[in-house]
Every structure is written in structure tokens, then in C-alpha cells.
Design a protein around this ligand. Structure first.
Ligand code: AR6
Length: 166
């Protein structure tokens, strides 16, 4: 079983094998965590992303980490929240699973996730946290360490509570 833990702070600083980016389907950058990752990784990241020709919601694609401490960046596209009956939970679970699949393919033993879809895309934070933890518990058997990197106090508190509950 992997170690699942909450880490408070900026995902761009995490010394893990792979960090996950909550991108949009163009993969050409944006605000939120996507903007932070592009700024920290440097301009080579955008060049690499251009070669990927976008990404579907629920899928993920890999680039090197460039100037990040992480070796890899897995870019995934979360669903935009439209009330919850438009496949949002399935698509969000698919983001986490796709990134764990990429970790396996690339031999990444540690991975750091942001709270995908819970910023600009509006997914309710509590529902997203529960789904993220359950999906990683069920699909990360061969990964040593899964970090949930929380930028704000609300999100951190939710993950803390849910991870303790087990
Ligand atoms: N480290 C960790 N978490 C962060 C950081 C950071 N440096 N910065 C923000 N967060 P969002 P989304 C948290 O909006 O909802 C972009 O424009 C943030 O507090 O970044 O999936 C993309 O290009 C929140 O908890 O991603 C897309 O267009 C979480 O990361 C769109 O936003 C996700 O918030 C994707 O929206």
C-alpha cells in the first residue's frame, strides 16, 4: 500500500518523481496551479506541451519537469463542475487513475497531486477530496508515496480529516 499524505504548500517545490498539473485541454498554460507550474518549470515546458496536441478531459500526458525538482509533470484535464450529473465524478476519478498509470509507465515511485478541478473549474472541494483519496487508495498499489498538496487552509483541513479517518 502507498503512503498517502497531505502536504501544505506549493506543488512546484515538491521533491517527488512526478507532479500533476491541473491543466486545460489545450495544454498551453493558464492560471492557478497550471500558471504556477509553467512559471516554475520555465519556457521549455510550453515548447514540450505544444508537441502533445492537447489532452481530453479525464486523460493525462507527460512532459519532463524541466526546472522543477520533479523529474516529470503529468498534465491532466479535470472536469468543469456543471452540477454533478454530467459525468464529473467519473471524469475526475479518471484524471487520478490516468496519472497513476503514467507513474507506473515512467517508473515514478512518488507523485504529488493538486486538488484537481477545485479551483477555477468549481468542483466542490469536499467531494473532490474524498474521490481523490479513494481513487488513489484503490489504484496506487505499486507507488510508494502519494502526496495531496493543498494550497489553501480549507482544502488542507479536509484532506487531513479524510486521511485520518482512513
Ligand atoms: N500548488 C498547489 N496547489 C495550487 C497551486 C500551487 N502552486 N496554485 C493553485 N493551487 P486550479 P482547476 C490549487 O484553478 O480548478 C487553469 O487556468 C488551488 O487552490 O489551478 O482544475 C487551467 O489552465 C486549487 O485548490 O485548477 C485550467 O483552465 C487547486 O490547485 C483551469 O485553471 C486547483 O485549482 C483548471 O482549473
Amino acid at each position: 500500500m502507498p503512503e498517502l499524505l497531505m502536504v501544505r504548500g506549493d506543488i512546484t517545490r515538491r521533491p517527488v518523481d512526478a507532479v500533476v498539473n491541473a491543466a486545460n485541454s489545450s495544454l498551453l498554460g493558464g492560471g492557478g496551479v497550471d500558471g504556477a507550474i509553467h512559471r516554475a518549470a520555465g519556457p521549455d515546458l510550453l515548447h514540450a506541451c505544444r508537441l502533445l496536441h492537447g489532452c481530453k478531459t479525464g486523460s493525462a500526458k507527460a512532459t519532463p519537469g524541466f526546472r522543477l525538482p520533479a523529474k516529470w509533470i503529468f498534465h491532466t484535464v479535470g472536469p468543469v463542475w456543471r452540477g454533478g450529473n454530467n459525468g464529473e465524478p467519473e471524469l475526475l476519478a479518471s484524471c487520478y487513475r490516468s496519472c497513476l498509470d503514467l507513474a507506473r509507465e515512467h517508473g515514478a515511485k512518488s507523485i504529488a497531486f493538486p486538488a484537481i478541478s477545485t479551483g477555477i473549474y468549481g468542483y466542490p472541494k469536499d467531494q473532490a477530496a474524498e474521490l481523490a483519496i479513494n481513487t488513489c487508495r484503490e489504484n496506487a498499489a505499486d507507488i510508494e508515496r502519494v502526496e495531496f498538496v493543498c494550497f489553501d487552509a480549507d482544502t488542507a483541513e479536509m484532506y487531513e480529516r479524510l486521511l485520518v479517518r482512513g
